[in-house]
Design a protein around this ligand. Structure first.
Ligand SMILES: [Zn+2]
Length: 321
């Protein structure tokens, strides 16, 4: 069967009447919480997690309780080192570790900030097209591919629009979100405050034309996922058609309102037209996503939004050149 982008989005499979379900297995977070409770109540000094990735990759997260009394200091050890310790222990040899963890609490730093800028529209300036990505990242590296490249892409798009002096009809607003990694906190707060939800809309709910999001690593955008009916995806497909020579192949509709994955979900969850770009994977899942390797050297600049070269760069708006 051939994929038809205009086909209605299938409904999720219905659970049949009277069907018995097994008790839900614990999620990873729930298992981790129980381990923490066990370690705290038994006076453990430190928790050591197996990084569980190859070649020294480390994924370091945070204390999801945000309460140091509920979690013992935790370190993530390279799989190769963790495996060696496990083998020595399994051999019956006592292992002694010297651990030096310095944690600092910043109780005054409870507020994080979104960064928002806009190019004002003209005859329809009350209506808004938004684009964005998240500015926060994980601590094991600098977050080059998650999501500095996304921020750079939307900033560059805004810079080009500004430089060529477009007078858009609708206001174009760029947002660099905070707290994405802790649960889309910045974008959810923004949507709540400015737009409300489909069920409980604020005035501006009806003034947002679309929100375009980029957050899938250093690879080139290849297609868009559009929250809305198939007709919405058709509009975006048409808009993207001139970019087909860059390998941007189209758009498909989604009706998922579940939170998760990335900031466009905050808009989708409210019933607003969130658009997220799917990108070439490059080394995102295998190496850089949330790891200690997510630094500048694995961001591939050539895969980002193509730039003007020196000869074709338009003059600065307002300059006499
Ligand atoms: Zn991200």
């Amino acid at each position: 069967q051939r994929y038809d982008p205009d086909a209605p989005v299938p409904a999720p499979p219905a659970r049949s009447e009277g069907q018995t379900t097994n008790p839900r297995p614990l999620t990873r977070v729930e298992i981790s919480r129980r381990i923490d409770e066990f370690l705290v109540s038994n006076g453990a000094l430190v928790r050591i997690n197996d990084a569980g990735r190859e070649l020294g990759q480390i994924v370091a997260f945070h204390n999801s309780t945000f309460d140091p009394s509920k979690v013992v200091p935790t370190l993530v050890m390279r799989n190769e080192d963790y495996g060696r310790l496990s083998r020595i222990l399994a051999d019956g040899t006592v292992v002694e570790l010297e651990v030096n963890i310095v944690n600092r609490l910043h109780p005054e730093g409870r507020t994080a900030y979104n960064v928002v800028a806009e190019i004002e529209g003209s005859d329809k300036k009350g209506e808004v097209v938004m684009l964005g990505g998240h500015l926060d990242s994980w601590q094991a590296a600098t977050g080059a591919t998650d999501n500095a490249v996304g921020c750079a892409t939307v900033m560059e798009a805004a810079r080009i629009l500004k430089t060529i002096g477009v007078r858009p009809r609708r206001t174009i607003r760029v947002a660099l979100w905070t707290g994405e990694e802790q649960g889309l906190l910045g974008s959810q707060a923004y949507v709540r405050e400015h737009f409300g939800t489909f069920e409980n809309p604020k005035r501006d709910y009806f003034l947002l034309a679309a929100y375009l999001n980029i957050d899938n690593g250093t690879g080139r955008a290849r297609g868009a996922s559009v929250f809305g009916p198939p007709a919405a995806a058709a509009v975006i497909r048409e808009a993207l058609a001139p970019l087909a020579d860059l390998g941007l192949v189209g758009a498909a509709a989604t009706n998922r309102r579940a939170l998760g994955s990335t900031d466009s979900a905050s808009f989708n969850a409210a019933g607003l037209p969130g658009i997220n770009f799917e990108q070439d994977p490059i080394q995102y899942e295998s190496a850089t996503h949330h790891t200690n390797l997510d630094t500048y050297h694995l961001a591939m600049r050539d895969e980002l939004l193509p730039r003007f070269d020196k000869a074709s760069m338009p003059a600065l708006a307002g300059s006499s050149r």
